[in-house]
Design a protein around this ligand. Structure first.
Ligand SMILES: Nc1nc2c(ncn2[C@@H]2O[C@H](COP(=O)(O)OP(=O)(O)OP(=O)(O)O)[C@@H](O)[C@H]2O)c(=O)[nH]1
Ligand SMILES: [Mg+2]
Ligand SMILES: [Zn+2]
Length: 220
């Protein structure tokens, strides 16, 4: 019984890897950068996207993942950017087969960057390949400085860490040095940013990074 369950799980995963592979191939041909934003519920993923999109430095499209509601997609749509909402109806992470369907529903003509906002969850979204170029860990000061070492997989896998709610540092007694030294111990190469999504402070540095990745992809 156990063996059967394990082999079914493996074949489902293998089928999903095929979807991830196809997404990566198509997006490479189209020279579209794909970023997979992962973080806890309320970390500030949608707020970071809103601030990023407002700057209009590149043409974007967004795939929103949530268990329920289209609230995040409505927020993104008000930035006048094409968006598709996936509702996982209980599923705690996005899978490539769902993202593949969502991408087909988007018009990708003239799009430079596709942002995928994963389901709010610091754990299993990091395990699933969505065909992205980079995973981006979005973490807020309000969650506490100890999260990188407690949830190492995401921090180990990501191309960038964006620490949001920097305006709250003094109010939540956030230990910045501990946070960043733990991130460094897991992933010294990740690009690192601190932002305040409410005032927009720090957003330009993050947007520069997205543009840098986009240019790298176009040159490769
Ligand atoms: N003070 C402060 N609040 C922020 C910041 N970024 C986001 N918030 C607030 O945090 C709350 C959650 O922000 P969202 O952007 O919806 O978070 P999310 O990660 O998209 O949440 P889920 O999609 O539910 O996982 C909202 O009330 C935001 O206004 C920030 O930099 N500073
Ligand atoms: Mg959100
Ligand atoms: Zn999950």
């Amino acid at each position: 019984m156990t063996t059967k369950k394990v082999s079914i799980f493996k074949s489902v995963l293998a089928a999903d890897e095929q979807f991830a592979h196809s997404i990566r191939k198509e997006m490479s041909e189209r020279e579209i950068l794909v970023l997979n934003l992962i973080g806890s519920p309320g970390a500030g993923k949608t707020s970071l996207l809103e601030e990023t999109l407002k700057r209009r430095r590149f043409n974007s499209a967004v795939v929103e993942g949530d268990i329920a509601t289209a609230r995040d997609a409505e927020r993104i749509a008000s930035c006048c950017v094409p968006v598709v909402q996936i509702n996982t109806r209980g599923g705690c992470h996005l899978e490539a087969n769902l993202v593949s369907k969502a991408l087909k529903a988007l018009s990708l003509e003239n799009v430079d960057v596709v942002f995928i906002e994963n389901v709010g969850n610091l754990v299993c979204p990091a395990e699933f390949d969505l065909g992205e170029d980079y995973k981006v860990a979005v973490c807020s000061s309000a969650e506490g400085a100890d999260k990188p070492l407690k949830y190492p997989h995401l921090f180990h896998e990501c191309g960038a860490v964006v620490l949001t709610k920097k305006d709250l540092f003094p109010h939540v007694r956030f230990d910045r040095d501990l946070f960043w030294s733990d991130v460094d111990s897991l992933n010294a190469k990740a690009a690192k940013f601190e932002v305040d999504n409410l005032s927009g402070e720090g957003i330009d540095g993050w947007v520069d990074q997205v543009e840098k990745w986009l240019n790298l992809k176009r040159r490769s």
